[in-house]
Structure formats: C-alpha cells, structure tokens
Write a protein of this length. Structure first.
Length: 416
C-alpha cells in the first residue's frame, strides 16, 4: 500500500547510544533515534510493530500502524522513538544506526484536550499521547522501553529543544495501560490513573428499530459520508463531548482523515430532514459490544425531548444488524453494551423529564432500552496522566475536585 507523506520533516531529536550489560556480563549497543520522514524507514517500523504484536488473537497487520500514522494530521516521524540494535558497537557506523534492526518503539501522539467547556472556562491543553510501546522478545527485560519513555517525556516536557521544531512544550502526557504495567509507568514517568466512568447495560433486541426511515421521510438512518458530513459532525461533537468532558478535540482534518479511516462504514447517523441529529459506532469486545463513538444534538430544533434514547434505539438497531445480530420485534435475545456512564445519566434524565413532555413529542418510554436496576458500573482505570506545566489546567485536579468535577472520557475512536 502506498501513502503520501504530507508533513514537514524535522530532524531526529537527541539521538544517543546506549550500552546495555547482559546477564553474562557481556555488553551490547543500541542507538536511540527518531524515525526519518522516509517511507522506507516508516515501513520498517510498521512491520516491526506488527511482528511484536503477532501473538494477539487478532494481530494488527503493518497496515494498521501505517494507517494510524499517515492519517494523523499531526503525525511526525521524529516523534516515533526507536531503538536500533548496533551489535558492531562502532559509534561512527552511521549506516548501522540508520538501517540496523529496530528492536523497541515508543510513539508520541500530538493531541489537544478539552477541559469541559463551561465547567473550566473552555480552555484546552496541549498533550502528548504515548502509544505503540513494544519491544522485540529477543531484546526484552533490558530496560529499552524505560529509556524510550524517559526520552519521550523529555521531548514532551521541554519547551525548546534543538531540532524539535514545534514538538516540545506539551503541558501533559497521557497513555492507556493494562493493570500490570501501571506501576511501571508511575515509577518511571510519574503517571497517575484518571478513571473513566463506563456502565454495562443489557439491551433487548426487540426494542430496537432497523428501518432506514420512519415512513414519513423525516427521520432517516444511514451510514456517514465523508467528507460531506464532517462539518456537521465536528460541530455537534464540540457541543456534545468537548464542552462537557475532558476528551480529545477534533479538527476538520482529523475528522476527514483519521476518524473516517478508523470507523469507515461502521459509523451511522440519524437525520431529521437531512440534518444530523446523532451518530454512533460500536465494536465487539469478546461477548459484548462497546460504544466506540456517539454524539447527539442537544438543540431544541427537533420535535423530541428524549433525543439520546430515541437515537440509540435506531442507531443501535442498524449497527448491530450490520455486525450480524438478528434484530427484529420477535427476538427474545439480549446483548450487553458497554457505554459511557454520562450517556446512561442523560437517558435517565430524559426519563425523569418525560412526564413534562409537550404534546407531539415522542414519549420517553417508547425509547427506554433498560431499567435502572440492570445498570452495572464498569469503570476504566487504565488512562494515566503526568502533568508538566503547572500553569495549565490540571486534568487530575479537574476530574477529582469536590465541586463540579469534569468527567473524563477518551472515546475508543481516539485511543492510541
């Protein structure tokens, strides 16, 4: 697969040589550098990442890592930090440093975080995400990932570095870690966990709607069309998520290039007279489904007061059917859906407001998908943060403050 590289090249940041002592008291050499902005170098890295993760039940191919890189509007090869094995140990062997075997990797993702809009003055935070952390099995337990992580933290926290371009000056860093690795990230980088609240609910398939229209041509469900839908989706996402949550903000380029490639045909929209009211994408995770992407229009221009429940009922129907679930009125099957807790709260609030619905609005009970007793809390404690710039809004403080804490949610679409 061929990709066109559209970003500006920056020089490698602080290349360095590391001598590692092995168990038998022999030594071996590694050269730390950033990737070159050359397709061959990037291709070698994507193939390396795929080889390390080949043990997974559904291993990501090299194209997965290439897609994440090339479709990211803020991609920068120099921020992909790699260790090159240099067994010849010649410090002046530049060819070996450039073409030697890649054996370890850490990538810095440049991102901007919202801080909850009205709760935090609408400020944003420049952040560096850490992802694609991997080491070849033959070179593990030598501290290579720790060296790369410290190198990445130095880059992210430094306001001005030689050769960095605009790569420094990030106010904080974030990553997602499995439980066994969280103590390592805390010890090496000072990262602390910031919980994201999720809930597991049972969904009865016979309560969902799979018709593409409601018979009046007023309400329509269809797959998202890129780039035509980007303007509406971006504006609605800003209102629904960025002004309410600590989350990743999305530019027009990010929607057009990254989100479209990540979600593809799995993104469904609900329209009211050709105006997007809501959108949704789900993914299967074992024996359950997870809401990968969702948003809705909170405006008052629509004829329903329970827009969240109304939209989920229709969008879940077509999304589950697309995956292969038999969605119909006679079905007695239930599926488990993991969704952000704030959406559950939105629907519960819609139910409370149902008694005061005006004549002509659709009753909340018509769209109720679960009862309160069936909701099970299942939070994600894997997101971790470290703060560099104390003068900027602090994610940890915003989420834990006693008054008006800001919910934290990184949509799975934006994960790295």
């Amino acid at each position: 697969m061929h990709y066109n590289l559209l970003v500006t090249m920056t020089t490698a940041l602080n290349p360095s040589t590391h001598i590692i002592t092995l168990k038998e008291n022999s030594t071996t050499h590694y050269h730390l550098r950033g990737l070159r902005q050359q397709q061959h170098d990037i291709q070698r890295w994507t193939q390396f990442c795929a080889s390390v993760f080949a043990y997974k039940p559904s291993p990501p191919p090299p194209e997965y890592f290439a897609r994440h890189f090339y479709n990211d509007p803020r991609c920068d090869a120099s921020l992909v930090r790699v260790m090159i094995h240099c067994p010849n140990a010649a410090d002046n062997d530049e060819a070996q440093k450039m073409t030697g075997e890649i054996v370890s990797s850490v990538r810095i993702f440049r991102r901007t975080l919202s801080t909850g809009g009205s709760n935090s003055g609408g400020a944003t935070i420049e952040a560096g995400g850490i992802g694609e952390v991997c080491t070849s099995p033959d070179h593990q337990r030598r501290g290579l990932s720790k060296i790369l992580l410290k190198d990445a933290i130095n880059i992210m926290s430094t306001t001005s570095c030689d050769g960095v371009g605009d790569s420094g000056g990030m106010s904080c860093s974030l990553l997602h870690a499995n439980p066994e690795f969280r103590p390592v990230y805390n010890k090496v980088g000072g990262y602390e966990c910031v919980p994201s609240k999720w809930s597991l609910v049972p969904i009865e398939l016979n309560k969902l709607v799979i018709n593409s229209t409601d018979g009046t041509n007023k309400w329509t469900t269809r797959q998202a069309i890129f780039p035509q839908d980007v303007s509406q989706l971006k504006a609605l996402h800003t209102e629904y998520s960025e002004k309410r949550l600590i989350t990743i903000t999305r530019s027009t380029e990010y929607w057009t290039n990254y989100v479209s490639a990540e979600l593809g045909e799995s993104l469904w929209v609900l329209e009211d007279n050709a105006s997007i009211v809501a959108w949704l994408s789900i993914r299967k995770r074992g024996d359950r489904y997870q809401l990968r992407e969702f948003g809705a229009d909170f405006g008052n221009k629509h004829s329903i007061s329970n827009v969240i429940s109304f939209a989920l009922k229709r969008l879940l129907g077509v999304a589950l059917q697309q995956i292969g679930e038999d969605v119909h009125v006679d079905s007695d099957k239930k599926v488990s859906l993991l969704l952000p807790t704030f959406i559950v709260s939105d629907m519960q609030q819609e139910k409370l407001n149902g008694a005061t619905n005006e004549v002509g609005s659709i009753l909340v009970d018509d769209c109720l998908l679960f009862d309160n007793d069936s909701v099970v809390e299942e939070n994600d404690d894997g997101w971790m943060y470290v703060v560099f710039d104390k003068s900027e809004p602090n994610v940890l403080e915003l989420t834990m403050r006693a008054k008006d804490p800001v919910p934290h949610l990184i949509w799975p679409t934006d994960s790295f």
